[in-house]
Design a protein around this ligand. Structure first.
Ligand code: SF4
Length: 225
């Protein structure tokens, strides 16, 4: 969404006020607001490590654009789980890839996340005005101060994090309460699931995100931070 500087300023002021009011709102209410505000310009991205965000979106929205960024290096279990969720909710996920062959900027190379995740996301977001993500403040130190709603100046969209205030336990409770299907790798110790070559299972005493990019000194792929 191309906005003049003055429009961005007034949008940011508006969103700061809404952000305060959303601190005590339910995720469904936040999503319903986003649907009302952005309509078919609302884009939801999911990594399909679980289906909580999809379940919330289906409850809150008449229709939603759900996007999966396919790096080419995901676990086959993730792709199978995504198709299972499509069937369960009768939705069609937009699978977006970089178009790169596996041997160009492969997993672990310095620019892989940027080329296989960030650039395809930016292209998708050019077609939207609101971007819904599943990030939580409890995920990592870097995400601790994530607002529920804000203007993302780099991506030129309003970013909405409806479960920003949730803990991992809240996610589990929601899955239990609604009897949601789990990603199969969660049964063998994977608690944060990204690309296969850079994800490992974690012990109970570790943070789930410790299983991402182990030994690489990296905590984010660049989509959010
Ligand atoms: S984790 Fe990043 S570096 Fe590895 S394949 Fe996925 S996008 Fe590429």
């Amino acid at each position: 969404m191309a906005l003049a500087d003055t429009e961005i300023e007034s949008l940011e002021t508006e969103l700061q006020e809404i952000n305060v009011s959303f601190e005590n709102s339910s995720a469904v209410d936040i999503l319903a607001w986003a649907g009302g505000r952005f309509g078919d310009k609302l884009i939801i991205t999911s990594s399909f490590q679980d289906c909580v965000l999809i379940d919330l979106a289906v409850k809150a929205l008449d229709k939603a654009r759900i996007v999966f960024l396919d790096t080419g290096f995901h676990f086959p279990e993730t792709i199978a789980y995504m198709h299972r969720i499509e069937k369960l909710y009768d939705i069609k996920v937009e699978v977006v890839d970089s178009g790169l062959p596996d041997d160009v900027s492969p997993c672990g190379s310095p620019d892989c996340c940027h080329k296989r995740k960030v650039l395809p996301l930016l292209k998708v977001l050019e077609t939207g005005e609101g971007w819904v993500t599943g990030i939580k403040r409890s995920d990592t130190k870097e995400r601790e101060s994530s607002p529920i709603i804000s203007y993302d100046a780099a991506k030129k969209v309003v970013k909405i994090n409806p479960i920003a205030t949730w803990s991992d336990q809240d996610v589990q409770n929601y899955e239990d309460n609604w009897n949601l299907p789990r990603h199969p790798l969660t049964f063998v110790g994977y608690r944060s699931i990204g690309c296969a070559p850079t994800t490992r299972p974690t012990e109970e005493w570790e943070s789930p995100r410790d299983g991402r990019w182990p030994g690489m000194g990296k905590t984010e792929c660049g989509l959010h931070i």
